[in-house]
Ligand binder design. Structure first.
Ligand code: C2E
Ligand code: SIN
Ligand code: SIN
Ligand code: FE
Ligand code: FE
Length: 511
Protein backbone atom coordinates (compact mmCIF):
# COMPACT_ATOMS: atom_id res chain seq x y z
CA UNK A 1 0.00 0.00 0.00
CA UNK A 2 1.36 3.43 -0.93
CA UNK A 3 1.39 6.01 1.78
CA UNK A 4 0.43 9.29 0.15
CA UNK A 5 -1.47 10.16 -2.99
CA UNK A 6 -2.10 13.47 -4.77
CA UNK A 7 -5.71 13.62 -3.58
CA UNK A 8 -4.38 13.61 -0.06
CA UNK A 9 -2.50 16.79 -0.83
CA UNK A 10 -5.63 18.33 -2.28
CA UNK A 11 -7.47 17.62 0.94
CA UNK A 12 -4.68 18.98 3.04
CA UNK A 13 -4.80 22.18 1.03
CA UNK A 14 -8.55 22.27 1.56
CA UNK A 15 -8.19 21.90 5.26
CA UNK A 16 -5.48 24.47 5.69
CA UNK A 17 -7.42 27.30 4.03
CA UNK A 18 -10.38 28.53 6.03
CA UNK A 19 -12.36 29.15 2.84
CA UNK A 20 -11.93 26.33 0.38
CA UNK A 21 -10.36 27.60 -2.83
CA UNK A 22 -13.04 27.87 -5.49
CA UNK A 23 -11.16 25.94 -8.13
CA UNK A 24 -10.66 23.04 -5.73
CA UNK A 25 -14.32 22.89 -4.94
CA UNK A 26 -15.19 22.82 -8.64
CA UNK A 27 -12.70 20.03 -9.07
CA UNK A 28 -14.17 18.00 -6.21
CA UNK A 29 -17.70 18.54 -7.38
CA UNK A 30 -16.93 17.41 -10.87
CA UNK A 31 -15.25 14.20 -9.85
CA UNK A 32 -17.19 11.07 -10.66
CA UNK A 33 -18.30 10.01 -7.20
CA UNK A 34 -18.19 11.57 -3.80
CA UNK A 35 -15.22 13.16 -2.03
CA UNK A 36 -15.62 13.16 1.73
CA UNK A 37 -14.12 13.77 5.08
CA UNK A 38 -15.43 11.73 7.98
CA UNK A 39 -14.64 10.40 11.43
CA UNK A 40 -14.11 6.73 12.11
CA UNK A 41 -16.76 6.70 14.82
CA UNK A 42 -19.57 4.13 14.77
CA UNK A 43 -21.56 6.10 12.18
CA UNK A 44 -18.71 7.13 9.91
CA UNK A 45 -19.93 10.64 10.60
CA UNK A 46 -19.48 12.86 7.53
CA UNK A 47 -17.88 16.25 8.07
CA UNK A 48 -17.67 17.12 4.41
CA UNK A 49 -19.20 15.57 1.28
CA UNK A 50 -18.96 16.83 -2.28
CA UNK A 51 -21.93 17.32 -4.59
CA UNK A 52 -21.43 13.83 -6.02
CA UNK A 53 -23.16 12.66 -2.83
CA UNK A 54 -26.57 12.94 -4.45
CA UNK A 55 -25.65 10.82 -7.49
CA UNK A 56 -23.79 8.23 -5.48
CA UNK A 57 -26.15 7.72 -2.55
CA UNK A 58 -29.43 9.36 -3.56
CA UNK A 59 -29.24 11.58 -0.44
CA UNK A 60 -28.67 15.35 -0.43
CA UNK A 61 -25.38 16.57 0.99
CA UNK A 62 -27.10 18.17 3.98
CA UNK A 63 -28.93 14.94 4.82
CA UNK A 64 -25.65 13.12 5.25
CA UNK A 65 -23.51 15.85 6.86
CA UNK A 66 -23.08 15.37 10.61
CA UNK A 67 -25.55 12.45 10.45
CA UNK A 68 -28.36 15.00 10.00
CA UNK A 69 -30.82 12.52 8.48
CA UNK A 70 -28.80 9.47 7.68
CA UNK A 71 -25.46 8.05 8.77
CA UNK A 72 -23.05 6.74 6.16
CA UNK A 73 -22.75 3.56 8.26
CA UNK A 74 -26.39 2.84 7.44
CA UNK A 75 -25.89 3.34 3.72
CA UNK A 76 -23.28 0.58 3.61
CA UNK A 77 -24.86 -2.79 2.82
CA UNK A 78 -25.48 -4.60 6.15
CA UNK A 79 -23.46 -7.63 5.02
CA UNK A 80 -20.46 -5.45 4.18
CA UNK A 81 -20.38 -3.18 7.24
CA UNK A 82 -18.06 -5.34 9.29
CA UNK A 83 -15.72 -5.81 6.34
CA UNK A 84 -15.50 -2.06 5.74
CA UNK A 85 -14.93 -1.36 9.42
CA UNK A 86 -12.20 -3.99 9.77
CA UNK A 87 -10.33 -2.98 6.62
CA UNK A 88 -10.37 0.72 7.40
CA UNK A 89 -9.28 0.18 11.01
CA UNK A 90 -6.41 -1.97 9.79
CA UNK A 91 -5.23 0.73 7.38
CA UNK A 92 -5.58 3.45 10.04
CA UNK A 93 -3.49 1.51 12.50
CA UNK A 94 -0.75 1.20 9.87
CA UNK A 95 -1.13 4.80 8.57
CA UNK A 96 -1.79 3.40 5.13
CA UNK A 97 -4.10 4.40 2.37
CA UNK A 98 -6.97 1.94 1.96
CA UNK A 99 -8.88 0.82 -1.09
CA UNK A 100 -12.07 -1.20 -0.73
CA UNK A 101 -14.95 -2.48 -2.81
CA UNK A 102 -18.31 -3.03 -1.18
CA UNK A 103 -22.03 -2.49 -1.65
CA UNK A 104 -24.20 0.41 -0.60
CA UNK A 105 -27.97 0.79 -0.49
CA UNK A 106 -29.11 4.04 -2.10
CA UNK A 107 -31.95 6.22 -0.79
CA UNK A 108 -34.38 4.49 -3.17
CA UNK A 109 -33.25 1.05 -1.96
CA UNK A 110 -31.14 0.25 -5.01
CA UNK A 111 -27.99 -1.77 -4.35
CA UNK A 112 -24.77 -0.51 -5.98
CA UNK A 113 -21.11 -1.53 -5.91
CA UNK A 114 -18.65 1.19 -4.89
CA UNK A 115 -14.93 1.63 -4.77
CA UNK A 116 -13.60 3.68 -1.86
CA UNK A 117 -10.08 5.01 -1.42
CA UNK A 118 -9.00 7.04 1.56
CA UNK A 119 -6.48 7.74 4.22
CA UNK A 120 -6.81 8.81 7.84
CA UNK A 121 -4.87 10.68 10.41
CA UNK A 122 -5.24 10.90 14.19
CA UNK A 123 -7.80 13.52 15.14
CA UNK A 124 -8.62 13.33 18.84
CA UNK A 125 -8.64 10.74 21.55
CA UNK A 126 -8.66 7.50 19.59
CA UNK A 127 -10.55 9.03 16.66
CA UNK A 128 -9.22 9.40 13.15
CA UNK A 129 -10.27 11.81 10.48
CA UNK A 130 -10.51 10.13 7.11
CA UNK A 131 -10.49 11.71 3.69
CA UNK A 132 -11.17 9.99 0.44
CA UNK A 133 -13.32 9.23 -2.59
CA UNK A 134 -16.18 6.86 -3.15
CA UNK A 135 -17.09 5.96 -6.74
CA UNK A 136 -19.86 3.84 -8.20
CA UNK A 137 -18.32 0.83 -9.99
CA UNK A 138 -21.50 -1.18 -10.53
CA UNK A 139 -21.17 -1.06 -14.33
CA UNK A 140 -17.59 -2.30 -14.20
CA UNK A 141 -18.61 -5.03 -11.76
CA UNK A 142 -21.38 -6.16 -14.07
CA UNK A 143 -19.02 -6.19 -17.03
CA UNK A 144 -16.53 -8.15 -14.94
CA UNK A 145 -19.05 -10.76 -13.87
CA UNK A 146 -20.26 -11.08 -17.44
CA UNK A 147 -16.68 -11.62 -18.53
CA UNK A 148 -16.12 -14.22 -15.82
CA UNK A 149 -19.28 -16.01 -16.88
CA UNK A 150 -18.12 -16.01 -20.49
CA UNK A 151 -14.74 -17.38 -19.47
CA UNK A 152 -16.34 -20.12 -17.38
CA UNK A 153 -18.53 -21.06 -20.33
CA UNK A 154 -15.54 -21.07 -22.66
CA UNK A 155 -13.77 -23.41 -20.26
CA UNK A 156 -16.84 -25.62 -20.07
CA UNK A 157 -16.80 -26.05 -23.85
CA UNK A 158 -13.10 -26.93 -23.75
CA UNK A 159 -13.73 -29.40 -20.93
CA UNK A 160 -16.37 -31.22 -22.89
CA UNK A 161 -14.13 -31.21 -25.95
CA UNK A 162 -11.43 -32.85 -23.84
CA UNK A 163 -13.84 -35.58 -22.73
CA UNK A 164 -14.89 -36.13 -26.35
CA UNK A 165 -11.25 -36.35 -27.52
CA UNK A 166 -10.36 -39.05 -24.99
CA UNK A 167 -12.78 -41.26 -26.86
CA UNK A 168 -15.15 -41.72 -23.94
CA UNK A 169 -18.42 -43.57 -24.01
CA UNK A 170 -21.36 -41.42 -25.16
CA UNK A 171 -22.89 -41.67 -21.70
CA UNK A 172 -19.78 -40.15 -20.15
CA UNK A 173 -19.65 -37.35 -22.74
CA UNK A 174 -23.30 -36.44 -22.30
CA UNK A 175 -22.95 -36.79 -18.52
CA UNK A 176 -20.18 -34.21 -18.40
CA UNK A 177 -22.06 -32.01 -20.87
CA UNK A 178 -25.08 -32.01 -18.57
CA UNK A 179 -22.85 -31.27 -15.56
CA UNK A 180 -21.73 -28.13 -17.39
CA UNK A 181 -25.32 -27.30 -18.36
CA UNK A 182 -26.31 -27.44 -14.70
CA UNK A 183 -23.36 -25.31 -13.57
CA UNK A 184 -23.12 -22.71 -16.31
CA UNK A 185 -26.78 -22.23 -17.13
CA UNK A 186 -28.02 -22.12 -13.54
CA UNK A 187 -30.85 -24.55 -14.16
CA UNK A 188 -32.21 -27.25 -11.83
CA UNK A 189 -32.51 -30.24 -14.11
CA UNK A 190 -31.43 -31.25 -17.59
CA UNK A 191 -31.62 -34.21 -19.90
CA UNK A 192 -30.55 -35.47 -23.28
CA UNK A 193 -32.73 -37.92 -25.14
CA UNK A 194 -31.63 -39.83 -28.25
CA UNK A 195 -33.96 -40.18 -31.19
CA UNK A 196 -34.73 -43.80 -32.04
CA UNK A 197 -35.82 -43.61 -35.62
CA UNK A 198 -37.26 -47.12 -35.92
CA UNK A 199 -39.47 -46.62 -32.88
CA UNK A 200 -40.19 -42.93 -33.60
CA UNK A 201 -39.41 -42.17 -30.00
CA UNK A 202 -37.06 -40.17 -27.78
CA UNK A 203 -35.10 -42.30 -25.39
CA UNK A 204 -33.92 -40.40 -22.29
CA UNK A 205 -30.28 -41.28 -22.14
CA UNK A 206 -28.63 -38.90 -19.72
CA UNK A 207 -30.30 -36.98 -16.90
CA UNK A 208 -29.32 -34.58 -14.17
CA UNK A 209 -31.33 -33.16 -11.28
CA UNK A 210 -34.21 -35.63 -11.45
CA UNK A 211 -33.40 -37.30 -8.18
CA UNK A 212 -35.27 -39.83 -6.03
CA UNK A 213 -38.21 -41.59 -7.62
CA UNK A 214 -37.39 -40.79 -11.19
CA UNK A 215 -33.78 -41.51 -12.04
CA UNK A 216 -35.01 -42.34 -15.52
CA UNK A 217 -37.81 -41.03 -17.71
CA UNK A 218 -39.94 -43.21 -19.87
CA UNK A 219 -39.42 -42.82 -23.65
CA UNK A 220 -41.62 -40.24 -25.35
CA UNK A 221 -43.10 -40.72 -28.81
CA UNK A 222 -42.43 -38.10 -31.46
CA UNK A 223 -45.13 -35.43 -31.18
CA UNK A 224 -45.96 -36.37 -27.60
CA UNK A 225 -45.42 -33.99 -24.68
CA UNK A 226 -43.03 -31.07 -24.76
CA UNK A 227 -39.95 -33.00 -25.86
CA UNK A 228 -41.87 -34.86 -28.55
CA UNK A 229 -43.38 -31.66 -29.90
CA UNK A 230 -40.09 -29.78 -30.07
CA UNK A 231 -38.50 -32.75 -31.81
CA UNK A 232 -41.33 -33.19 -34.29
CA UNK A 233 -41.49 -29.49 -35.16
CA UNK A 234 -37.68 -29.22 -35.18
CA UNK A 235 -38.06 -26.07 -33.19
CA UNK A 236 -36.93 -25.08 -29.70
CA UNK A 237 -39.68 -24.58 -27.11
CA UNK A 238 -39.08 -22.00 -24.43
CA UNK A 239 -41.50 -21.60 -21.53
CA UNK A 240 -40.71 -18.88 -19.04
CA UNK A 241 -43.24 -20.23 -16.57
CA UNK A 242 -45.37 -23.26 -17.24
CA UNK A 243 -48.21 -21.87 -15.13
CA UNK A 244 -48.41 -18.77 -17.33
CA UNK A 245 -47.92 -20.56 -20.63
CA UNK A 246 -50.65 -20.83 -23.16
CA UNK A 247 -50.19 -24.35 -24.46
CA UNK A 248 -51.80 -27.09 -26.47
CA UNK A 249 -49.50 -29.89 -25.36
CA UNK A 250 -49.40 -32.15 -22.39
CA UNK A 251 -47.27 -30.89 -19.52
CA UNK A 252 -44.80 -33.65 -18.58
CA UNK A 253 -45.42 -34.94 -15.09
CA UNK A 254 -41.88 -34.21 -13.98
CA UNK A 255 -42.77 -30.51 -13.70
CA UNK A 256 -45.07 -31.10 -10.77
CA UNK A 257 -42.94 -33.79 -9.24
CA UNK A 258 -39.88 -31.55 -9.00
CA UNK A 259 -41.52 -28.11 -8.67
CA UNK A 260 -40.22 -27.09 -12.06
CA UNK A 261 -41.68 -24.11 -13.88
CA UNK A 262 -39.21 -22.97 -16.55
CA UNK A 263 -38.37 -25.00 -19.65
CA UNK A 264 -36.22 -24.90 -22.73
CA UNK A 265 -36.11 -27.83 -25.11
CA UNK A 266 -33.88 -27.79 -28.17
CA UNK A 267 -33.91 -30.49 -30.89
CA UNK A 268 -30.47 -31.86 -31.74
CA UNK A 269 -29.91 -32.01 -35.45
CA UNK A 270 -27.09 -32.91 -37.81
CA UNK A 271 -27.50 -31.72 -41.39
CA UNK A 272 -31.25 -31.56 -40.94
CA UNK A 273 -31.50 -35.03 -39.41
CA UNK A 274 -32.97 -35.33 -35.91
CA UNK A 275 -30.64 -37.13 -33.51
CA UNK A 276 -32.11 -36.17 -30.14
CA UNK A 277 -33.20 -33.39 -27.85
CA UNK A 278 -31.59 -31.36 -25.08
CA UNK A 279 -33.91 -30.09 -22.35
CA UNK A 280 -33.31 -27.85 -19.35
CA UNK A 281 -35.69 -27.13 -16.48
CA UNK A 282 -35.73 -24.53 -13.74
CA UNK A 283 -37.59 -24.06 -10.48
CA UNK A 284 -37.91 -20.33 -11.00
CA UNK A 285 -39.16 -18.61 -14.15
CA UNK A 286 -36.62 -19.04 -16.94
CA UNK A 287 -35.85 -15.67 -18.49
CA UNK A 288 -32.26 -15.80 -19.63
CA UNK A 289 -30.34 -13.34 -21.81
CA UNK A 290 -29.18 -13.98 -25.36
CA UNK A 291 -25.74 -15.16 -24.19
CA UNK A 292 -27.48 -17.97 -22.36
CA UNK A 293 -29.30 -19.10 -25.49
CA UNK A 294 -26.09 -18.86 -27.52
CA UNK A 295 -24.36 -21.07 -24.99
CA UNK A 296 -27.15 -23.66 -25.06
CA UNK A 297 -26.83 -23.69 -28.86
CA UNK A 298 -23.11 -24.39 -28.57
CA UNK A 299 -23.66 -27.25 -26.13
CA UNK A 300 -26.48 -28.64 -28.24
CA UNK A 301 -24.09 -28.63 -31.19
CA UNK A 302 -21.52 -30.58 -29.19
CA UNK A 303 -24.14 -33.06 -28.04
CA UNK A 304 -25.43 -33.56 -31.59
CA UNK A 305 -21.95 -34.13 -32.98
CA UNK A 306 -21.12 -36.63 -30.23
CA UNK A 307 -24.30 -38.57 -30.86
CA UNK A 308 -23.69 -38.48 -34.61
CA UNK A 309 -20.11 -39.71 -34.18
CA UNK A 310 -21.33 -42.59 -32.09
CA UNK A 311 -23.88 -43.51 -34.76
CA UNK A 312 -21.24 -43.33 -37.52
CA UNK A 313 -18.86 -45.38 -35.42
CA UNK A 314 -21.61 -47.91 -35.02
CA UNK A 315 -22.04 -48.21 -38.77
CA UNK A 316 -18.34 -48.83 -39.21
CA UNK A 317 -17.74 -51.07 -36.26
CA UNK A 318 -19.88 -53.71 -34.76
CA UNK A 319 -20.23 -52.01 -31.38
CA UNK A 320 -23.41 -50.11 -31.12
CA UNK A 321 -25.50 -47.60 -29.39
CA UNK A 322 -28.81 -48.85 -30.75
CA UNK A 323 -28.30 -52.22 -29.17
CA UNK A 324 -27.34 -50.49 -25.95
CA UNK A 325 -30.56 -48.50 -26.02
CA UNK A 326 -32.56 -51.62 -26.72
CA UNK A 327 -30.83 -53.33 -23.78
CA UNK A 328 -31.53 -50.42 -21.48
CA UNK A 329 -35.18 -50.61 -22.46
CA UNK A 330 -35.07 -54.32 -21.69
CA UNK A 331 -33.47 -53.79 -18.27
CA UNK A 332 -36.19 -51.33 -17.31
CA UNK A 333 -38.74 -53.90 -18.44
CA UNK A 334 -37.14 -56.68 -16.41
CA UNK A 335 -36.93 -54.64 -13.28
CA UNK A 336 -40.61 -53.66 -13.61
CA UNK A 337 -41.59 -57.30 -14.13
CA UNK A 338 -39.68 -58.23 -11.00
CA UNK A 339 -41.37 -55.57 -8.94
CA UNK A 340 -44.80 -56.60 -10.17
CA UNK A 341 -44.12 -60.14 -9.06
CA UNK A 342 -42.63 -59.18 -5.73
CA UNK A 343 -45.58 -56.91 -4.98
CA UNK A 344 -44.28 -55.45 -1.77
CA UNK A 345 -41.20 -53.93 -3.34
CA UNK A 346 -42.69 -51.57 -5.92
CA UNK A 347 -40.36 -48.63 -6.40
CA UNK A 348 -37.52 -50.48 -4.66
CA UNK A 349 -35.28 -50.74 -7.74
CA UNK A 350 -35.55 -47.07 -8.71
CA UNK A 351 -35.00 -45.92 -5.14
CA UNK A 352 -31.91 -48.06 -4.72
CA UNK A 353 -30.56 -47.10 -8.15
CA UNK A 354 -30.74 -43.45 -7.26
CA UNK A 355 -29.19 -43.76 -3.82
CA UNK A 356 -26.52 -46.13 -5.11
CA UNK A 357 -25.46 -43.63 -7.80
CA UNK A 358 -25.34 -40.89 -5.18
CA UNK A 359 -23.23 -43.00 -2.82
CA UNK A 360 -21.02 -44.21 -5.66
CA UNK A 361 -20.40 -40.66 -6.83
CA UNK A 362 -19.48 -39.60 -3.30
CA UNK A 363 -17.15 -42.59 -3.03
CA UNK A 364 -15.35 -41.24 -6.10
CA UNK A 365 -16.74 -43.44 -8.89
CA UNK A 366 -17.00 -41.65 -12.21
CA UNK A 367 -18.25 -41.96 -15.75
CA UNK A 368 -18.60 -45.52 -16.98
CA UNK A 369 -18.19 -46.91 -13.48
CA UNK A 370 -21.43 -45.13 -12.61
CA UNK A 371 -23.13 -46.50 -15.72
CA UNK A 372 -22.32 -50.07 -14.66
CA UNK A 373 -23.31 -49.27 -11.10
CA UNK A 374 -26.70 -48.07 -12.35
CA UNK A 375 -27.36 -51.18 -14.41
CA UNK A 376 -26.17 -53.50 -11.66
CA UNK A 377 -28.39 -51.83 -9.07
CA UNK A 378 -31.38 -51.91 -11.38
CA UNK A 379 -30.91 -55.66 -11.87
CA UNK A 380 -29.72 -56.56 -8.39
CA UNK A 381 -32.48 -59.04 -7.56
CA UNK A 382 -33.14 -60.29 -11.08
CA UNK A 383 -32.12 -63.74 -9.75
CA UNK A 384 -35.28 -63.78 -7.61
CA UNK A 385 -37.10 -64.58 -10.86
CA UNK A 386 -35.86 -68.11 -10.17
CA UNK A 387 -37.33 -68.25 -6.65
CA UNK A 388 -40.87 -69.70 -6.51
CA UNK A 389 -43.82 -67.47 -5.53
CA UNK A 390 -44.68 -69.40 -2.38
CA UNK A 391 -41.24 -68.57 -0.97
CA UNK A 392 -41.06 -65.00 -2.29
CA UNK A 393 -44.41 -64.09 -0.81
CA UNK A 394 -44.28 -66.13 2.38
CA UNK A 395 -45.60 -63.96 5.18
CA UNK A 396 -43.38 -65.55 7.87
CA UNK A 397 -39.78 -66.70 8.38
CA UNK A 398 -38.25 -69.14 5.88
CA UNK A 399 -37.40 -72.76 6.67
CA UNK A 400 -33.86 -74.01 6.13
CA UNK A 401 -34.86 -75.59 2.82
CA UNK A 402 -36.54 -72.40 1.67
CA UNK A 403 -33.44 -70.40 2.60
CA UNK A 404 -31.34 -72.73 0.44
CA UNK A 405 -33.49 -71.77 -2.52
CA UNK A 406 -33.65 -68.07 -1.65
CA UNK A 407 -29.85 -67.91 -1.28
CA UNK A 408 -29.44 -69.09 -4.83
CA UNK A 409 -30.78 -65.84 -6.30
CA UNK A 410 -27.35 -64.23 -6.77
CA UNK A 411 -26.10 -67.38 -8.49
CA UNK A 412 -29.09 -67.41 -10.85
CA UNK A 413 -28.24 -63.84 -11.79
CA UNK A 414 -24.66 -64.84 -12.50
CA UNK A 415 -25.69 -67.79 -14.65
CA UNK A 416 -28.19 -65.79 -16.65
CA UNK A 417 -26.26 -62.59 -17.14
CA UNK A 418 -22.60 -63.53 -17.41
CA UNK A 419 -23.07 -64.49 -21.08
CA UNK A 420 -24.27 -60.99 -21.95
CA UNK A 421 -21.24 -58.88 -22.86
CA UNK A 422 -23.17 -55.65 -22.33
CA UNK A 423 -23.82 -56.55 -18.69
CA UNK A 424 -20.53 -58.16 -17.77
CA UNK A 425 -19.25 -55.20 -15.80
CA UNK A 426 -22.62 -54.64 -14.16
CA UNK A 427 -22.71 -58.18 -12.83
CA UNK A 428 -20.84 -57.52 -9.57
CA UNK A 429 -23.97 -56.27 -7.87
CA UNK A 430 -26.48 -59.01 -8.79
CA UNK A 431 -23.86 -61.66 -8.01
CA UNK A 432 -22.22 -60.25 -4.86
CA UNK A 433 -24.78 -58.03 -3.10
CA UNK A 434 -25.35 -60.55 -0.28
CA UNK A 435 -21.68 -61.05 0.56
CA UNK A 436 -20.77 -59.71 4.01
CA UNK A 437 -17.60 -57.75 4.93
CA UNK A 438 -16.78 -60.33 7.65
CA UNK A 439 -17.13 -63.27 5.23
CA UNK A 440 -20.46 -64.55 6.59
CA UNK A 441 -22.48 -63.79 3.45
CA UNK A 442 -23.45 -65.78 0.36
CA UNK A 443 -23.11 -67.24 -2.26
CA UNK A 444 -19.29 -67.46 -2.04
CA UNK A 445 -18.52 -66.18 1.45
CA UNK A 446 -16.15 -63.49 0.10
CA UNK A 447 -14.47 -61.30 2.69
CA UNK A 448 -13.45 -57.62 2.87
CA UNK A 449 -12.11 -56.18 -0.36
CA UNK A 450 -12.50 -59.54 -2.12
CA UNK A 451 -16.06 -58.31 -2.50
CA UNK A 452 -16.23 -55.98 -5.52
CA UNK A 453 -16.59 -52.30 -4.53
CA UNK A 454 -19.87 -51.90 -6.42
CA UNK A 455 -21.42 -54.73 -4.42
CA UNK A 456 -20.12 -53.36 -1.11
CA UNK A 457 -21.65 -49.98 -1.92
CA UNK A 458 -24.90 -51.47 -3.06
CA UNK A 459 -25.33 -53.80 -0.07
CA UNK A 460 -25.67 -50.86 2.31
CA UNK A 461 -28.28 -49.19 0.12
CA UNK A 462 -30.22 -52.43 -0.41
CA UNK A 463 -30.51 -53.22 3.28
CA UNK A 464 -31.40 -49.60 4.09
CA UNK A 465 -34.20 -49.68 1.54
CA UNK A 466 -35.35 -53.18 2.62
CA UNK A 467 -35.49 -52.18 6.29
CA UNK A 468 -37.37 -48.93 5.67
CA UNK A 469 -40.10 -50.62 3.61
CA UNK A 470 -42.74 -53.24 4.36
CA UNK A 471 -41.95 -56.82 3.39
CA UNK A 472 -44.37 -59.75 3.13
CA UNK A 473 -42.61 -61.13 6.19
CA UNK A 474 -42.54 -57.97 8.36
CA UNK A 475 -43.47 -54.29 8.68
CA UNK A 476 -41.06 -51.45 7.87
CA UNK A 477 -38.60 -50.29 10.53
CA UNK A 478 -38.48 -46.56 11.37
CA UNK A 479 -35.69 -44.60 9.66
CA UNK A 480 -33.92 -44.21 13.01
CA UNK A 481 -34.08 -47.95 13.72
CA UNK A 482 -32.82 -48.68 10.22
CA UNK A 483 -29.92 -46.23 10.60
CA UNK A 484 -29.00 -47.76 13.95
CA UNK A 485 -29.05 -51.22 12.36
CA UNK A 486 -26.73 -50.12 9.53
CA UNK A 487 -24.39 -48.48 11.99
CA UNK A 488 -24.36 -51.59 14.15
CA UNK A 489 -23.47 -53.80 11.17
CA UNK A 490 -20.55 -51.62 10.12
CA UNK A 491 -17.49 -53.87 10.01
CA UNK A 492 -19.65 -57.01 10.22
CA UNK A 493 -22.14 -57.01 7.36
CA UNK A 494 -20.84 -53.78 5.74
CA UNK A 495 -17.58 -52.16 4.71
CA UNK A 496 -17.04 -49.59 7.50
CA UNK A 497 -15.62 -46.98 5.10
CA UNK A 498 -18.79 -47.08 3.05
CA UNK A 499 -21.06 -46.85 6.08
CA UNK A 500 -19.12 -43.76 7.10
CA UNK A 501 -19.94 -42.07 3.80
CA UNK A 502 -23.49 -43.41 3.68
CA UNK A 503 -24.77 -42.22 7.06
CA UNK A 504 -24.32 -38.47 6.46
CA UNK A 505 -25.88 -38.75 2.98
CA UNK A 506 -29.00 -40.36 4.41
CA UNK A 507 -29.16 -38.00 7.39
CA UNK A 508 -29.06 -35.07 4.96
CA UNK A 509 -31.85 -36.69 2.90
CA UNK A 510 -34.00 -37.13 5.99
CA UNK A 511 -33.70 -33.50 7.07
P1 C2E B 1 -34.96 -58.30 0.82
O1 C2E B 1 -36.26 -58.33 1.56
O2 C2E B 1 -34.85 -57.36 -0.32
O3 C2E B 1 -33.83 -57.97 1.87
C1 C2E B 1 -32.51 -57.67 1.47
C2 C2E B 1 -31.56 -57.72 2.64
O4 C2E B 1 -31.91 -56.71 3.59
C3 C2E B 1 -31.59 -59.01 3.43
O5 C2E B 1 -30.80 -59.99 2.84
C4 C2E B 1 -31.06 -58.56 4.79
O6 C2E B 1 -29.65 -58.43 4.72
C5 C2E B 1 -31.64 -57.16 4.92
N1 C2E B 1 -32.91 -57.27 5.66
C6 C2E B 1 -34.17 -57.26 5.15
N2 C2E B 1 -35.08 -57.36 6.14
C7 C2E B 1 -34.39 -57.43 7.29
C8 C2E B 1 -34.78 -57.54 8.68
O7 C2E B 1 -35.96 -57.60 9.01
N3 C2E B 1 -33.77 -57.55 9.61
C9 C2E B 1 -32.48 -57.50 9.25
N4 C2E B 1 -31.53 -57.54 10.23
N5 C2E B 1 -32.05 -57.43 7.96
C10 C2E B 1 -33.02 -57.38 6.99
P2 C2E B 1 -31.05 -61.55 3.18
O8 C2E B 1 -31.29 -61.73 4.64
O9 C2E B 1 -29.96 -62.31 2.56
O10 C2E B 1 -32.42 -61.86 2.45
C11 C2E B 1 -32.51 -61.95 1.04
C12 C2E B 1 -33.94 -62.04 0.62
O11 C2E B 1 -34.58 -63.17 1.21
C13 C2E B 1 -34.80 -60.84 1.11
O12 C2E B 1 -34.64 -59.74 0.25
C14 C2E B 1 -36.19 -61.46 1.04
O13 C2E B 1 -36.68 -61.50 -0.27
C15 C2E B 1 -35.94 -62.89 1.48
N6 C2E B 1 -36.21 -63.04 2.93
C16 C2E B 1 -35.36 -62.76 3.93
N7 C2E B 1 -35.92 -63.06 5.13
C17 C2E B 1 -37.16 -63.53 4.85
C18 C2E B 1 -38.27 -64.00 5.66
O14 C2E B 1 -38.20 -64.03 6.91
N8 C2E B 1 -39.41 -64.41 5.02
C19 C2E B 1 -39.51 -64.38 3.66
N9 C2E B 1 -40.66 -64.75 3.10
N10 C2E B 1 -38.51 -63.93 2.87
C20 C2E B 1 -37.35 -63.53 3.46
C1 SIN C 1 -41.54 -35.53 -21.35
O1 SIN C 1 -42.58 -35.54 -22.09
O2 SIN C 1 -40.75 -34.57 -21.41
C2 SIN C 1 -41.27 -36.70 -20.40
C3 SIN C 1 -42.26 -36.86 -19.26
C4 SIN C 1 -41.63 -36.95 -17.88
O3 SIN C 1 -40.44 -37.16 -17.72
O4 SIN C 1 -42.36 -36.80 -16.87
C1 SIN D 1 -23.34 -40.43 -14.87
O1 SIN D 1 -24.15 -39.93 -14.08
O2 SIN D 1 -22.27 -39.90 -15.18
C2 SIN D 1 -23.72 -41.74 -15.50
C3 SIN D 1 -24.35 -42.65 -14.48
C4 SIN D 1 -25.84 -42.63 -14.59
O3 SIN D 1 -26.36 -43.39 -15.41
O4 SIN D 1 -26.48 -41.88 -13.84
FE1 FE E 1 -30.99 -59.84 -3.03
FE1 FE F 1 -33.13 -55.73 -2.93
Amino acid sequence: MSKFKPEQEIFSALEESSDAPVNLEILLNNLPGMAYRCLNNANWEMKFVSQGCKDLTGYEQIELLNNADVAYADIIHPDDRKYVRDEVQKALSQSCQFELQYRIIKADGEERFVLERGIGRPFSAGLFQIEGFITDITKQKQAESKLLKMLARQNAILDIERVIKTGSDLRVILGSLLDQVMMQLEVDAASVALYEKELQQLHFYSLRGFSSRQPSRAPVRLGEGLAGKAALDREGIHLVDIAQADHDFEIPECFQKYDLVGYYGLPLEIKGRLVGILEVFSRSPLQPDTDWFDFVDLLAGQAAVSIENMLLFENLQDSNIRLELAYDNTLEGWSKALELRDRETVGHSHRVVDLTIKLGRTMGLRGEELVHLRRGALLHDIGKMGVPDHIMRKPGPLTAAEWDIMRQHPTHAFNWLSGIEFLRQALDIPYCHHEHWDGSGYPRGLKGTEIPLAARIFAVVDVWDALTNDRPYRQAFTKEEALAQIEKESGHHFDPQIVEVFLPIVRRMLK
